[in-house]
Design a protein around this ligand. Structure first.
Ligand code: NAD
Length: 524
């Protein structure tokens, strides 16, 4: 029978005056915690859609004067066919693309910081237009066959709005008898950025903002499966930057993205830095080039639930986080480790919130055959598919309220060990929270990427944080709280665990340079 979750004890009655206010505070916090609601599925961040200005809703611009005052997006919308043609940052060869980005960088060095800010703001504007957001989100799902458009709208908007800009580059100053020294964040030059199928436009938006804010130009090497939407994003950035007076070709790519073109980019002498957002193979490749490289690699984020957690809230958060964009985000919950005392109750609560529990070994076998390759990794054609789709493929029809396929499994199972990137969520039981934490560390596999815990025991939360060493560690929230949806802080779609930059931002794409004025300008 389900075991009710343990609750925090009621605070002791206040007695002496000195302890009374402490007791009141404890009581208030306890009451608040008891009443905490699960984070809702993320709502779209508030924006004013540009298409509001357009009588056609921004989809069928006729160049009417109504759009002129806002210098808007609809005045340069690009069709899907036009997206893959040459021009506006799209080049026939990687050599041409890099040379153009190098020339753009030479000019960009002499642009003011306020110009940089306006270029970054221009990129934000392109990708917060509601009609364009919807278009690229739908296009990505159609082209890659992965994820769902509704969640991609949230992710794209998040990248546009919450990626830090030039304010991230804080100058340090030291002055004394020997003068004044500044340490400033300065550009690398041309950066080569490799982007994943799972977040194609999000990564282009996030990296373009971060790299341009730091004074670089960027050459993108998108995944071939996300070609059209990636080229469209690059073209729209170029057209917008052109209206703002930016040097041409600050953001470029090639007409036919391929592994050969990625290799050409990585070895091009004018590319000074490489940033790979993707799986282990591409991270290893960039780190072997001999160039400065940032590797944002794979994760396998575990979520621990102990007996002190608010189990109803944990269940909702886990289903919401795991099913976000059909589990494509590298930060999304990939396996649950539940303390035995509350495991049944957690499972029942997850079922109430959109999890479909599979117990039949024959169905589990069918799912294994469906989603795993002979080598044991995920089948590409199942990555980013919905729970409804995957269940249908094994002969089970469910309604759209089902968002996660929940299966209790031993820790050795491939569904637990592999980063599946689809809403199949294995649950492993642990005897107690210490065992759960040790197992989470084992399953995270040294990626140092992301982990979650639902608990009210601060000592155990601290213990897990220290042992697991992930870049993102979310307590009592869905995984997406870690990238700024329902959690504080900025966002990034390039989370660099392997090379240690962690949550990349403009200063990750900059060098620290020292500028020394000897014997002068100390005015103290
Ligand atoms: P992927 O590794 O297959 O591809 C990523 C990019 O690298 C693509 O552009 C691809 O064309 C290129 N690429 C891959 N192997 C290459 C090679 N040998 N030579 C040249 N180019 C190569 O990954 P994916 O399926 O597109 O994305 C999913 C993976 O990315 C998951 O492992 C996920 O965890 C990871 N990811 C990590 C982050 C992060 O911030 N850490 C963000 C998103 C995705």
């Amino acid at each position: 029978a389900p075991i009710a979750p343990a609750r925090a004890p009621a605070p002791a009655p206040a007695t002496p005056a000195a302890s009374s206010s402490i007791d009141d505070t404890v009581a208030r916090i306890m009451a608040e915690m008891a009443g905490t609601k699960a984070a809702p599925k993320p709502e779209p961040l508030a924006i004013t859609p540009f298409s509001d200005h357009c009588p056609t809703g921004g989809t069928d611009c006729t160049g009417c004067t109504g759009c002129e005052p806002t210098d808007g997006l609809v005045s340069f919308s690009i069709s899907d066919e036009e997206a893959v043609t040459l021009g506006d940052g799209v080049f026939a060869t990687m050599d041409e693309a890099v040379e153009a980005a190098a020339e753009a960088y030479r000019q960009y060095v002499f642009c003011s910081m306020s110009a940089r800010k306006s270029f970054v703001d221009g990129i934000r504007e392109v990708f917060t237009d509601q009609a364009f957001l919807e278009r690229i989100s739908r296009m990505t799902v159609e082209q890659t066959g992965m994820g769902n458009a509704e969640d991609k709208i949230i992710k794209n908007r998040l990248a546009a709005m919450k990626t830090p800009g030039i304010e991230d580059l804080k100058t340090e100053a030291v002055s004394g008898d020997d003068g004044l020294t500044l340490v400033e964040y300065s550009a690398f030059g041309v950066i080569g950025a490799i982007t994943p199928t799972t977040n194609p436009t999000e990564t282009i938006i996030c990296n373009s903002i971060g790299m341009l804010a730091a004074g670089n130009s960027a050459v993108f090497s998108p995944h071939p499966r996300a070609k059209v939407v990636s080229l469209l994003a690059v073209k729209m950035i170029n057209r917008k930057l052109a209206t703002l007076g930016a040097p041409a070709n600050l953001v470029v790519t090639v007409q036919a993205p391929s592994i050969d073109n990625t290799n050409a980019m990585m070895t091009h002498p004018k590319v000074r830095m490489l940033v790979a957002t993707g799986g282990p193979s591409i991270v290893k490749t960039v780190l072997s080039t001999g160039k400065k490289a940032i590797g944002a690699g794979a994760g396998n984020p575990p979520v621990v639930v102990d007996e002190t957690a608010d189990i109803e809230k944990a269940a909702k958060d886990i289903v919401n986080g795991c099913s976000f964009d059909n589990n494509l985000p590298c930060i999304a919950e990939k396996e649950v480790i539940a303390v035995a005392q509350i495991a049944d109750f957690l499972i029942s609560q997850m079922q109430k919130n959109g999890a479909y529990l599979v117990k039949d070994p024959a169905v589990i076998k069918k799912l294994e055959e469906l989603v795993l390759t002979p080598k044991g990794g995920p089948q590409t054609n199942c990555v980013g598919k919905s729970a409804v789709y995957l269940l249908d493929k094994v002969g089970i029809t469910v309604g759209p309220e089902i968002r996660v396929i929940l299966i209790e499994l031993p820790k050795e199972h491939l569904f637990v060990r592999e980063e599946l990137m689809m809403p199949i969520l294995p649950l492993v039981r642990a005897a107690h929270v210490d065992e759960a934490i040790d197992l989470a560390v084992e399953l995270e596999n040294g990626n140092r990427h992301t982990a979650m815990i639902h608990s009210t025991n601060v000592r155990k939360m601290t213990k897990m944080a220290k042992l697991i060493q992930t870049t993102i560690f979310v307590k009592n929230g869905p995984s997406y709280a870690g990238i700024g949806v329902g959690g504080e802080g900025y966002t990034t779609f390039t989370i660099a665990g392997p090379t240690g930059e962690g949550l990349t931002s403009p200063k990750s794409f900059a060098r620290r340079r020292k500028c020394v004025m000897a014997e002068a300008l100390n005015v103290r």
